[in-house]
Design a protein around this ligand. Structure first.
Ligand SMILES: Cc1cc2nc3c(=O)[nH]c(=O)nc-3n(C[C@H](O)[C@H](O)[C@H](O)COP(=O)(O)OP(=O)(O)OC[C@H]3O[C@@H](n4cnc5c(N)ncnc54)[C@H](O)[C@@H]3O)c2cc1C
Length: 294
């Protein structure tokens, strides 16, 4: 079933993002954690995809097992950079055959070294959305969006215009990049709304649980952090070290979720980083999202 349909019956909702562990030996441990999180009754789980890498079968296999073993509606991420129409078609046919009928349609980032069989069938995520919407009308489609604008966008206005275009190309909803200032989401949703885009936008929340991960995340995705939040984490570090930073990070994630819901977000997309313990702890403090957690 399309996630769009599931969304209509439940507000607010939780969705959970996982990445497939590269080594198969890690899969039993991974699925044990996913099973714990499945008890929260998320509306859906999403599984990331390695652009241009060799991990794409893992995405399909993990998404299928989540669907079949854990009973979770599942959305597979799919990037189109360097991919041919044939390869995308085979991947999507495989997903549908396995009962995974939702895709997050992405461009992805080209790997540093060009792949020998790279194709240029798709330039942007909007091309992939159009291709999928035309060829597989039964497939639910989502796209990525960026409350702080995608780093390649020349201006915020241009970013908003391209975001609207990919939503209009056939996507059911958007999932946002992580961000730490909830007002960014409010502003982004309002500006897209003024452009006439009326699709649901699920804010992505990433818990900050250590100073190292904070620095790594900020350098990787270009998100900005409000000074007050940074100082809060730094103070925790000085007063109680890593354990205090983790506890403060749990608090901050709960606060962000509650504020986003109060601003009208339909639900929360939690970047789990495959860390079940932290996610369960966070969601225990946001009972309106935690489904049937015991
Ligand atoms: C929720 C989420 C999940 C993600 N999951 C994955 C994953 O599983 N695997 C992975 O490899 N990456 C993932 N990414 C990262 C993503 O692949 C990168 O951010 C990538 O750089 C852009 O992908 P996109 O789909 O947003 O691209 P696009 O929508 O194509 O946008 C890329 C840039 O091009 C501009 N643009 C868009 N359309 C046009 C157009 N028609 N003409 C000119 N310019 C245009 C945009 O404004 C933007 O600056 C994820 C990102 C998010 C937010």
């Amino acid at each position: 079933m399309k996630i769009r349909t599931l969304m209509e019956g439940r507000r607010p909702f939780l969705s959970l993002e996982f990445f497939p562990p590269k080594a198969r030996e890690q899969w039993p441990g991974f699925f044990a954690k996913a099973e714990l999180l499945a008890r929260l009754s998320p509306l859906f789980a999403s599984v990331t995809y390695g652009a241009g890498g060799g991990t794409q079968d893992n995405t399909r296999d993990v998404a299928t097992r989540m669907r079949r073993q854990l009973g979770l509606p599942t959305m597979a991420h799919l990037t189109c950079v360097g991919a041919s129409r044939d390869r995308v078609a085979r991947f999507v046919d495989g997903l549908l055959a396995d009962g995974v009928d939702n895709v997050l349609a992405l461009r992805g980032d080209a790997p540093a070294a060009a792949l020998p069989d790279a194709s240029s069938d798709f330039a942007h995520a909007s091309d992939l959305v159009e291709f999928l919407a035309r060829g597989w009308p039964e497939l639910g489609l989502a796209v990525a969006c960026y409350p702080e604008a995608h780093p390649e966008s020349p201006t915020v206005e241009q970013d908003l215009a391209w975001t609207r275009r990919k939503l209009d190309a056939g996507a059911d909803f958007g999932v946002t990049q992580l961000f730490f200032d909830v007002r960014r989401y409010q502003d982004f949703a309002a500006r897209l709304g003024r452009l006439g885009a009326a699709k649901p936008l699920i804010p992505g929340v990433l818990p900050l649980l250590s100073m190292q991960s904070l620095h790594r995340i900020l350098s990787l995705c270009g998100a900005s952090i409000p000074v007050a939040l940074y100082l809060e984490l730094q103070e925790a570090q000085q007063q109680g070290g890593p354990a205090a930073v983790r506890a403060r990070g749990v608090d901050i994630a709960r606060r962000q979720m509650r504020e986003l819901l109060a601003l009208g977000a339909p639900g929360i997309h939690l970047y789990t980083l495959n860390n079940a313990d932290a996610c369960l702890e966070i969601l225990a403090g946001v009972p309106e999202l935690a489904g049937t957690a015991s």
